[in-house]
Design a protein around this ligand. Structure first.
Ligand SMILES: [Zn+2]
Length: 242
């Protein structure tokens, strides 16, 4: 976004209080996230794919009614840019995952450009990860939308435990990294999978990072456009998880 600096100045004029302690944005390479704060809570929220419009609408509304900090990517498209190369932003949380995504999306990129992109990500990754990591005892909830190619059936073979209460709705499901959260979530009427141990392969997604670092993380997936279903499931998670 070219008017980013100007926007920041306007916001600075409007909310002049401690702008450096409460930034309105955070970025890693071309992935720029708007930060929404509401009150004090250990809840953190993430919308990382720019083309998942239903998730954005649901999360923005959610933040009007619930406390916590939300990070919403400012983009309308799925992939982001790093040093002139395309990258899936939910593959940038490890070097190995980012490298695979960069190679996949930029078949003819010269090795030098690839190395530069990976260096940019290495240099900035921990800053974003620290912001997204909830405080001790807190929870990060990521909201996603999918379409025909991806559903809970893709996750079942690589999950530690599963509870499929809505087999006719495979696109709507919850993925969690904490066994205690799974025990609560499996009492819901929804599809739920636990991925605390496996899969072994690090694809650079936040769910792998969360599992590796012991971060309490819940990923809420709903088919694009099913706003009411996503709202209902987010409300369920919000009200039932500690
Ligand atoms: Zn997504």
């Amino acid at each position: 976004m070219s008017d980013g600096a100007q926007l920041s100045r306007r916001e600075f004029a409007a909310f002049g209080w401690l702008p450096f302690l409460h930034p309105h944005h955070i970025r890693l390479a071309g992935a720029r996230f708007r930060i929404i704060r509401n009150g004090r809570s250990k809840r953190r929220y993430l919308r990382i794919h720019g083309n998942e419009e239903t998730a954005r609408l649901v999360l923005e509304r959610h933040m009007e009614l619930h406390e916590g900090i939300a990070y919403i990517i400012e983009s309308q498209v799925r992939n982001t840019q790093v040093d002139g190369l395309k990258l899936d932003p939910n593959r940038m949380f490890s070097r190995i995952g980012a490298e695979a995504s960069l190679k996949n999306l930029n078949r003819d990129a010269p090795p030098d450009q690839m190395r530069r992109a990976l260096h940019t990500l290495d240099a900035g990754r921990e800053h974003l990860v620290r912001a997204l990591t909830p405080p001790r005892g807190g929870l990060l909830i990521a909201v996603h939308n999918n379409s025909e190619g991806y559903s809970v059936n893709s996750e079942v073979p690589i999950s530690d435990q599963t509870s499929l209460r809505q087999p006719a709705q495979p696109h709507a499901f919850l993925l969690c990294t904490d066994p205690a959260d799974f025990e609560v979530l499996k009492s819901s009427p929804y599809n739920v999978v636990l991925q605390q141990q496996g899969p072994k392969q690090d694809d650079g997604s936040f769910s792998r990072l969360a599992a590796a670092r012991g971060i309490r993380y819940v990923n809420l997936e709903v088919h694009l456009g099913e706003r009411e279903r996503q709202r209902e499931m987010l409300d369920w998670v919000e009200s039932k998880l500690p």
